[in-house]
Design a protein around this ligand. Structure first.
Ligand code: GLC
Ligand code: GLC
Length: 809
């Protein structure tokens, strides 16, 4: 069942009922000011950091669901309604929500009155703009009242939801028509305030939640709206809000619009005040003036459209397959940008208060946005590398504001160092910017320890190759990619961290997954070094030795084992009662080409198909763990079928796509892709429940009672890897150090497609033909009409448009 549809021409997802299975959200903002917005205008906004600079309040895990946001009440006689249905939930005569690229439009109609809310964050501005257009679609004059409403957060979202003994006494506002200023803590150390304004004078306002909503009231029945209107309250402490009232009279066919804005203003210390206790509003007034008129609003929206148009034009597919085109051209790339901006901080599943930026998460996100914003990818790589320790290990997380490593979490996640190579390699292949390798980068954020980036990559390599266990496989430390496989932690007490309890430097527990990574990214690093004329024989020896260890101790007979635990027991093998086979090493080892010649790679993927496949994607392991095992860690803390304990953990499904493509299995690669690609499962939205336009982190596995139900949408490494899988592994457009390689691996039934791709300043118009119906293999290649030997196409002149014709066979 669907709850909307894709409008491909406008690059929007149109939701046609407010009763979606969960709030379906969008992200507004692409620089410093962000808003999360649901299809009923729920959500919240923040400046840069979702924890430390939260402008509006949001209660996660609340009931009723999604109760805070940017709502507008419309009072028409005795009827009160919202254009987005929530929170009053008056039945509407029509409703739609269009989530577009960086903007959302919500429209409702009731008894001949239409209301439309357009929301976006203008480029280069620190504000959310909302235009409300109310129209009278009937033949008689209408008198209406309109009330926008939002609740302020007292800046630090964590403190805001816990420190009530202080917070209920500190709230402060100022009102100067047509704006409400939220200035809590501005009297002391803060140099910022928020402003909610309208582009015309209001007919009433409230800033006290109690006055507007009522002491025992609810946003579903605000006392001021249902009663006699706003009361002009000025809050002192308690809960500061912004509510405004506008009395409208609309003749038949008339419509009126009001532009609202919610802005963040910072003042230098010596310019904080206009007079004693009165905040300096100069910047706020200037912001309000910039968006006073509809044409300014429209121009800013148009600028945003242009921005996205330009950004997405770097990779466009014309396959004739609607669902595929919309994933590749719009939604997958859009989600990659959102993960770039948010990392794992703020979604409807991540509170914005928890983790900072993950080392491995950020490196992998990069794989999905490097072609979109190479300059910012460069900066990101250098930031991440600066948190590496001199011995090559890495902080697992770092804070986006300070860019410093998070000492509470520390290091010891032994896959982390190798992801840095993955990120840098992707950047080099995309840009050819070799200068990044010479860029001096601190270790542990200490400039005195700075060394060129290349040295960081070499230390990542060395750290792994010098921390091997009894089988010659890398020591796992606290965990590898699977944060929940904690083989050295042994946590026995509730509330302890599963990851950082206990010794992390276990000398026995090893990871076959990291071994696969070492082969894959060790080779990538060797290629880079070879380019620089360095001797790489020692690297290739280490890689070969690792490959041999994987094929020996890491091989279980029909698939790759997962690990050895601290007692030296196999994890992910036939002798295990539960957790016999895991997806991660099958994906990573085959992507690395391990066992390709010997047939073990093919056998491993066959086992994945037999043991882990489901109609909703490939589960992480089988059989699930039925209880908590001290020696395995968090993994067994999840009930069977959820999260790392045998859900379809979407992130590693694209690894299987890439692995299948590595073996030339085009039919199967695409089959795996389409099972979890959102646009393909739109029809089962009532089961899947999360947004049908973005990837979720997990889908409940076959052992869960609600098999097929997704959670943790938006902020997941799935999006970057899915883009790699479809754009590089399947469609086969692969950036290499020397140029572009076109090596498709597609279903035999695909006859042709074309891709327009920007690469190092030139535009490649690539047409792929498949006259014989093969799954891989290139027979003929033409560059600008001239025959070219199949293989890498050397870098073309920046500014040029190159036409490439590929004939498979
Ligand atoms: C989460 C984490 C990621 C980890 C994965 C598997 O997605 O963000 O770092 O690899 O879970 O545990
Ligand atoms: C939990 C989650 C996992 C995440 C980790 C790190 O273990 O299950 O997905 O990666 O926390 O925050």
């Amino acid at each position: 069942m669907r709850f909307g549809y894709f409008d491909d021409a406008r690059r929007e997802y149109v939701i046609t009922t407010p009763r979606t299975p969960l709030p379906w959200i969008n992200y507004l903002g692409c620089e410093d000011f962000f808003t999360l917005l649901s299809n009923t205008a729920g959500g919240y906004c923040f400046y840069r950091d979702a924890r430390l600079r939260r402008l509006t309040r949001y209660r996660y895990n609340n009931c009723p669901l999604d109760s805070e946001g940017f709502r507008v009440y419309i009072k028409d006689g005795d009827t009160v309604w919202n254009p987005g249905w929530q929170p009053v939930q008056t039945e509407l005569d029509s409703y739609s929500c269009r989530h577009g690229l960086g903007y959302t439009v919500i429209e409702g109609e009731k008894d001949g009155v239409g209301a439309r809310q357009e929301l976006f964050v203008p480029k280069g501005e620190l504000c959310l703009l909302i235009r409300l257009t109310v129209s009278n679609n009937c033949p008689v004059k209408r008198k209406l009242q309109v009330f926008p409403y939002l609740e302020f957060c007292l800046w630090d979202a964590m403190d805001d939801s816990s420190n009530f003994q202080r917070n209920l006494s500190i709230g402060e506002v100022e009102v100067k028509d047509p704006a409400i200023y939220h200035k809590t803590e501005y009297r002391e150390r803060r140099d910022h305030y928020a402003v909610f304004w309208a582009n015309r004078p209001f007919d009433g306002f409230d800033t006290s939640r109690e006055a507007f909503i009522g002491t025992y009231g609810s946003p579903a029945r605000p006392q001021a709206v249902f009663g006699g209107g706003c009361t002009g309250s000025i809050t002192h402490g308690w809960q500061p809000i912004a509510a405004e009232q506008f009395d409208l009279t609309l003749g038949p066919g008339d419509s009126e619009s009001i532009i609202f804005g919610l802005g963040y203003i910072e003042n230098p210390g010596d310019e904080k005040w206009e007079s004693t206790g009165v905040i300096n509003k100069k910047k706020a007034l200037a912001m309000m003036a910039r968006f006073a008129a509809d044409d300014a609003f429209d121009a800013a929206l148009e600028e945003l459209r242009q921005y996205w148009e330009e950004l997405l034009s770097g990779y466009q597919l014309y396959s004739g397959a609607q669902k595929l085109d919309r994933m590749v051209n719009v939604w997958n790339q859009y989600q990659c940008m959102v993960t770039f901006n948010m990392s794992r901080s703020a979604s409807y599943f991540e509170s914005g208060m928890g983790r900072g930026m993950g080392f491995r998460d950020s490196c992998q996100d990069l794989l999905g946005f490097v072609h979109l914003i190479p300059d910012r990818a460069r900066e990101r790589i250098l930031d991440i590398a600066a948190t590496q320790f001199p011995d090559g290990s890495a902080y697992h997380q770092y804070q986006p504001l300070t860019k410093k490593g998070n000492t509470a979490m520390g290091s010891g996640f032994n896959d982390d160092p190798l992801w840095l190579i993955a990120g840098a390699d992707a950047y080099l292949r995309e840009t050819g910017d070799w200068s990044i390798l010479d860029e001096p980068v601190p270790f542990d954020n200490d400039p005195a320890l700075a060394k060129p980036l290349l040295e960081h990559l070499l230390r990542s390599f060395r750290y792994t190759s010098s921390h091997l266990g009894p089988h010659g496989l890398p020591l796992i430390g606290r965990a590898d990619w699977n944060d929940c496989l904690n083989l050295n932690c042994f946590s026995e007490h509730p509330g302890e961290s599963f990851q950082i309890t206990g010794p992390s430097e276990g000398p026995v527990a090893e990871s076959v997954f990291i071994a696969g990574m070492f082969v894959k990214y060790g080779r990538a690093l060797a290629d880079i070094c070879r380019h620089r004329g360095m001797d790489v024989s020692y690297m290739m020896d280490a890689v070969a030795a690792m490959e041999a260890s994987v094929l020996d101790a890491g091989w279980d007979g029909d698939w790759f084992r997962r690990a050895f635990d601290a007692a030296g027991h196999v994890v992910g093998g036939k002798e295990c009662r539960e957790g016999q086979i895991f997806i991660e090493p099958q994906g990573m080892c085959v992507m690395a080409g391990i066992g390709k010649e010997t047939g073990q790679a093919a056998a491993a993927l066959e086992s994945v198909k037999e043991r882990l496949d489901t109609p909703f994607g490939i589960v992480l392991l089988d059989p699930p763990y039925s209880r908590y095992y001290l020696e395995l860690g968090e993994i067994g803390s999840y009930p069977p079928g959820y999260k790392e304990n045998a859900a379809v953990f979407c992130h590693n499904n694209p690894w299987i796509v890439c692995a299948e493509a590595e073996l030339g299995h085009g039919d199967r690669a695409f089959e795996v892709y389409r099972r979890f690609a959102p646009a393909y499962i739109e029809d089962i939205s009532e089961i899947h429940r999360t947004e049908p336009y973005v990837y979720s982190q997990m889908i409940a596995g076959k052992d869960a009672p609600d098999f097929g139900e997704a959670k943790n949408s938006w902020l997941t490494g799935t999006t970057a890897w899915s883009f790699v899988a479809i754009s590089q592994a399947i469609l086969g457009i692969k950036p290499t150090l020397d140029g572009l390689l076109i090596a498709p691996c597609i279903p035999a039934s695909v006859k042709s497609y074309s891709v327009k791709r920007r690469f190092r300043g030139a535009v490649y118009v690539i047409t792929v033909e498949n006259p014989l119906g093969v799954q891989h293999g290139v027979r003929e290649l033409y560059v600008n009409g001239a025959a070219h030997e199949p293989g890498v196409i050397p870098v073309q002149k920046a500014g040029s448009t190159v036409s490439i014709r590929v004939i498979m066979g």
